[in-house]
Write a protein that binds this ligand. Structure first.
Ligand code: UD1
Length: 421
């Protein structure tokens, strides 16, 4: 298994191009199951989660063609030849559940293994299932699989989500495009990736209004057609690399970055002492000469502070002046990076969903490992500022969500390499 080795190396400077969003691509690609016509995506990030999605779609009957080293992918599903999403694929990636809505909406029958994914909490799919039931789908949970049936098609209905789940919003939005009549989804998630999905579905002929607000209205159509769509910028990758000059010092320009997709995050960074400037090419981030100050953060659904940037924020706050409090409200088990940061000399106390970080003067390199994607990258970030060598094991987590992570950090002068062990 590969490891990443980082040597603390002083300030960083340079530019990093931001890739297409993993989380957008993982919901856009299943939408291609809704039509028998080709759907083409550009700006697709080259990640192992995309490979897994291709594998999943191919197993269902999708023909895949890739050009530009996989940055452009065309998905064509003349018919759904197999309606069962197998455990062997689904267990690798929780987002596999997103094929459920499209398959049952188009094909009338679907079976999807209950998902696995990152070990960051129980992560049930009850909201996905309840919403599909309201749209007229019969569900049965057997042998670890969700069996879904709607032989006469889905029927438009009104459903209020008990929590603004990103995945449930996406699954229900896709399914409702082919339902008979009007569907109104209330208390939906408002993430930019939901708007990106709605944009694609509209290009495919769907009638959708309200995405980006908390109520989405969908007027069902008989069939959808093909489209070509560019995957939106990855705001979590953007936020991650914005941390590098704040942790290590220096300044970095994030090409393609936009402040409006990360407003609450940018405000917290500024409170901590960051200088963020919008440029023609993206965002320029610098650490002013002062020390980083402690800030308190509560993760929330969009437009609040993203849970997917909480681990990276914790890495920054380890050496801030004063005491920071991080409240994690989205996932119940998302502080697995804390014990690893403590091994690097951080002072962190975790009680339930709250972590208190008391800034220390410096971190020291150590062998560390993480059990999820964002936690892994937070350890690389901490390594940039640490004295000595940090060795991050279980790099496969990073391969799921950070395209060319080593060369992007190298481009700003970080001393980082990937080794086989
Ligand atoms: C998506 C993102 C993930 C991000 C998360 C929150 C993708 C591929 N992944 O995950 O990176 O961390 O949004 O911003 O886009 N829940 C239920 N029942 C459900 C669904 C969710 O209880 O049916 C709970 C989950 O256990 C979790 C919370 O709701 O505690 C948030 O989950 P959700 O918004 O659905 O996240 P995902 O779509 O899984």
């Amino acid at each position: 298994m590969d490891s990443i080795i980082v040597q603390g190396n002083g300030p960083v400077s340079g530019e990093i191009p931001i890739s297409g969003a993993k989380n957008a691509a993982l919901t856009l690609m299943p939408a291609a199951l809704l039509t028998d016509k080709p759907v083409t995506f550009t700006n697709v990030p080259r990640l192992s989660d995309i490979k897994t999605t291709n594998e999943l779609l191919a197993s269902l009957g999708t023909k895949i063609s890739m050009i530009d080293d996989g940055q452009k992918i065309t998905l064509t599903t003349p018919e759904i030849t197999n309606h069962l999403a197998h455990y062997d694929i689904v267990r690798k990636m929780r987002a596999s559940i997103l094929v459920l809505g499209p398959i049952v909406a188009r094909h009338g029958i679907a079976a999807v293994s209950l998902p696995g994914g990152c070990a960051i909490g129980a992560r049930p799919v009850d909201i996905h299932l309840k919403g599909l039931e309201v749209l007229g789908v019969d569900l049965d949970l057997r042998d670890g699989y969700i069996h879904a049936k709607a032989p006469n098609g889905l029927k438009g209905a009104t459903y209020e989500l008990p929590f603004a789940s990103v995945g449930a919003t996406e699954n229900l939005l896709m399914a409702a495009t082919l339902a008979k009549g009007t569907t109104v989804l209330k208390n939906v998630a408002r993430e930019p990736e939901i708007i990106d999905l709605a944009d694609l579905l509209r290009l495919m002929g769907a009638n959708i209004i309200g995405d980006g607000s908390s109520v989405i209205k969908i007027e069902g159509v008989e069939t959808l057609h093909g489209a070509t769509h560019q995957v939106v910028t990855d705001r979590i990758e953007l936020g991650t690399y914005m941390m590098a000059p704040l942790i290590a010092g220096g300044q970095v320009e994030l090409l393609g970055g936009k402040r409006r997709i990360l407003e609450s995050f940018c405000q917290k960074l500024e409170e901590a002492g960051a200088e963020i400037t919008e440029t023609e090419r993206g965002l320029l981030v610098a650490r002013n000469n002062a020390d980083i100050r402690a800030v308190s953060v509560t993760t929330e659904p969009y437009p609040g502070f993203p849970t997917d940037l909480q681990a990276q924020m914790m890495a920054l706050l380890c050496t801030a002046e004063g005491k920071s409090v991080l409240n994690e409200t989205i996932f119940e088990n998302r502080f697995m990076h804390a014990p690893e940061l403590i091994r690097m000399g951080a002072n962190i106390e975790v009680h339930g969903g709250t972590a208190t970080v008391t800034g220390v003067n410096e971190l020291r390199g150590a062998p560390v490992m993480a059990t999820d994607l964002r936690a892994s990258v937070s350890l690389i970030l901490a390594g940039l500022a640490a004295k000595g060598e940090t060795r991050v094991a279980r790099v496969y987590h990073l391969d799921r969500g950070y395209e060319k992570v080593v060369s992007k950090f190298r481009a700003i002068g970080a001393n980082i390499e990937r080794i086989k062990e």
